[in-house]
Ligand binder design. Structure first.
Ligand code: NAP
Length: 239
């Protein structure tokens, strides 16, 4: 399956959930460049930057399908991947709806619910259902955000989005407590503010500024069990 490309990663078999575009798609490309075999998930069977990338390369990426807000789709994905072992599960999927700019009593209940359902419950359910596919000494990473830091919230803004990432951090921390004797590295990653459709055009970083150091950091954590909340350079983010 590998085409003579030397592997330069501690995670040669990678599963990226939420890989159609943006940071998730760039993580797929980065791991392929390091010689990994990657399964990347999309929601629709249509076209996406991941589909475009897969057409350009030689078969080291498989496209799978899952909407993380639909429990049955996660369990179906688990069944389809039965018997596979991944060194890294990276759950990247997340949303930020425009309605999140509202504050206080103006927050739209439906938008609040959709963001929590995706960024918190969907991500954690994906981790819970797919965890057994990860090597016992492997890595489970989820894409958090510096905005999830309660201690770091000195400026306000993006209140609902922040709340979803703080809640994600809290639930992943509970997961880590339940698996305290496990051998896996458990990573909450903060990629910086990056120009994607979620980050918007005013973001500070290009994808190429964020993902290479972020992947270096994830790779460096392989084999070190336990929970960390890290920025792309490997610096601990205040909870
Ligand atoms: N960009 C930033 O500045 C920044 C900063 C900190 C953290 N993050 C986090 O990084 C992650 C990726 O963000 P991005 O900037 O790359 O955003 P993006 O370009 O909008 O990509 C979001 C990705 O999540 C997928 N997704 C959304 N809802 C999903 C669902 N219900 N099931 C499965 N996949 C779903 C999307 O798939 P579709 O194509 O099907 O919609 C897409 O692949 C998010 O968790 C985000 O919160 C981003």
């Amino acid at each position: 399956m590998h085409s003579g490309v030397a592997t330069s990663t501690t995670h040669p078999k990678v599963l990226v959930v939420g890989a159609s575009r943006g940071l998730g798609e760039a993580i797929v490309e980065a791991y392929v460049a390091r010689g990994a075999h990657v399964v990347g998930t999309v929601r629709s069977s249509g076209t996406s930057p991941l589909h475009d990338f897969v057409r350009r390369i030689d078969g080291r990426v498989e496209i799978e399908h899952v909407d993380i807000t639909v429990e049955q789709q996660i369990t179906s994905l688990r069944s389809r991947l039965d018997g596979r072992v991944f060194d890294l599960l990276f759950v990247v999927a997340g949303i930020s709806l425009a309605a999140q700019d509202a504050v206080g009593a103006d927050i739209d209940s439906a938008a609040f619910g959709r963001m929590m359902e995706t960024n918190v419950l969907g991500v954690m359910r994906t981790v819970e259902v797919l965890q057994d596919l990860v090597d016992p000494g492997g890595t489970i990473a989820v894409m958090s955000s510096g905005q999830g830091s309660v201690a770091g919230n000195t400026t306000g803004g993006f209140e609902v989005y922040r709340a979803t990432k703080s809640a994600l951090n809290q639930m992943f921390r509970s997961y880590a407590v339940r698996h305290a004797r496990g051998g896996r590295a458990l990573l909450l990653m903060a990629p910086g503010w990056v120009k994607t459709s979620l980050g918007g055009p005013n973001a500070m970083l290009e994808i190429s500024d964020s993902i290479p150091p972020l992947i270096d950091t994830v790779d460096a954590q392989h084999g070190a069990p336990g929970l960390r909340y890290l920025d792309r350079h490997g610096k601990t983010v205040a909870w």
